[in-house]
Write a protein that binds this ligand. Structure first.
Ligand code: NAD
Length: 347
């Protein structure tokens, strides 16, 4: 009894979207009752952080400007000390998954409310998940208290995203939507998010690559990435995310590039066992979705193979065995031989 009950939980209760939305952050912070805001900003968002500090006026306390990928606990310690020194009572993170991860790490330790202002398409702002590293070991935890309560999507902040990161980060988002589509336990709402998200990414990404300053297309891509982040929060991620975690964790690889190069390979492997996802994606791609993703991934000027990213070929068998020994839920059964073949193709 009750084994088939599905729960759909939404995290950020408030989402603002639109050009110039950054300047609504002071109102959002006031709604949370905060008086002293600690801004966490990636170096690439330094200018936006200065604009925000000015707009926050007396509610501005300080900026921490050095978030690091995978939230090392030493960096969290430094930011925590600053938060204490300035008696911060709320957090605003501007940047990609690294800035938002640091905000979650601080919120998890202090209970401070968070406003997330994403500048990539990674989707962390929409999830209650935090990955942290200590002595090189990454641990991941999930707790609704880690999720930002408000997200502010301002496409103006994505205009500076370089072409490479635009492409790889958008494919990182697409991977969340694709995995949600082949999760048989995903809720109807999650499936709807996944379809709208994949549609938005497949339609808007080529436009943005062609015209990086097209703020309308950037807005559509960002909106699709929001829905993809919600898929990441809601659905069970399968082989794609397991491979990204196993390879990224072992070899310290750049998050978005790794996701981007793996996705078509995992789609080729999985879609034969996920006919409903395959049919929906084929409609959205107007053809073979695996080929559509592979040709987008091939447009990257940086590394597009595991070998070029620095993964030794000799390590692939061991990764395949580790993945097959304890597979994430996946539409197609995962064996070490099949995963090795997939990794060799991606190498
Ligand atoms: P990132 O935050 O590390 O940013 C990558 C680089 O891009 C940085 O140098 C940053 O300064 C720069 N950058 C960001 N926005 C920019 C912009 N608009 N213009 C110019 N440069 C910009 O990368 P990411 O891919 O967003 O996030 C990766 C991290 O987030 C990883 O640690 C990953 O594990 C984590 N993550 C967590 C979740 C989750 O749900 N917990 C989800 C996705 C990603």
């Amino acid at each position: 009894m009750g084994r088939d009950i599905r729960v759909h939980q939404v995290y950020a209760g408030r989402v603002l979207q639109g050009s110039g939305a950054l300047f609504r952050v002071p109102d959002e912070v006031a709604r949370l009752g905060a008086q002293r805001v600690l801004v966490i900003a990636a170096p690439s968002s330094a200018e936006a952080a200065r604009d925000l500090a000015a707009a926050l006026a007396e509610r501005y306390a300080a900026t921490f400007g050095r978030p690091v990928q995978h939230s090392p606990v030493e960096v969290t310690g430094e930011a925590l000390a600053l938060a204490g020194d300035v008696r911060a009572d709320a957090l605003v993170a501007i940047g990609g998954g690294s800035a938002i991860g640091l905000s979650k790490a601080l919120a998890g330790r202090t209970g401070m409310p968070q406003v997330a202002v994403p500048t990539t398409y990674a989707g962390s702002e929409a999830t209650p998940v935090l990955g942290e590293t200590e002595n090189g070991v990454k641990t991941t935890r999930r707790d609704p208290a880690l999720a930002p309560s408000t997200i502010v999507y301002d496409p103006d902040l994505t205009l500076s995203l370089p072409r490479g990161l635009t492409l790889t980060s958008a494919l990182n988002a697409l991977a969340h939507a694709v995995e949600a589509l082949w999760d048989p336990r995903a809720s109807a709402a999650t499936r709807a998010y996944a379809v709208e998200s994949a549609d938005g990414i497949l339609a808007a990404l080529p436009v943005v690559l062609d015209r990086p300053s097209d703020v309308v297309a950037r807005g559509r891509l960002q909106e699709a990435a929001w829905l993809a982040g919600a898929c990441l929060a809601q659905a069970r991620m399968g082989l794609h995310h397991q491979l990204a975690h196993a390879l990224g964790g072992t070899f310290g690889l750049p998050h978005a590039e790794l996701h981007a190069l793996l996705l078509a390979h995992v789609m080729r492997f999985n879609l034969v066992a996920a006919p409903d996802a395959a049919a929906r994606l084929a409609r959205l791609a107007n053809g073979d979705p695996t080929l559509a993703v592979a040709s987008l991934a091939a447009m990257h000027d940086g590394p597009t193979t595991l070998g070029a990213l620095g993964v030794p070929r000799t390590a692939l068998r061991e990764v395949a065995e580790r993945v097959a020994a304890d597979p994430y839920p996946n539409p197609r059964p995962v064996t070490a031989d099949a995963v090795e073949e997939l990794l060799l193709a991606a190498w």
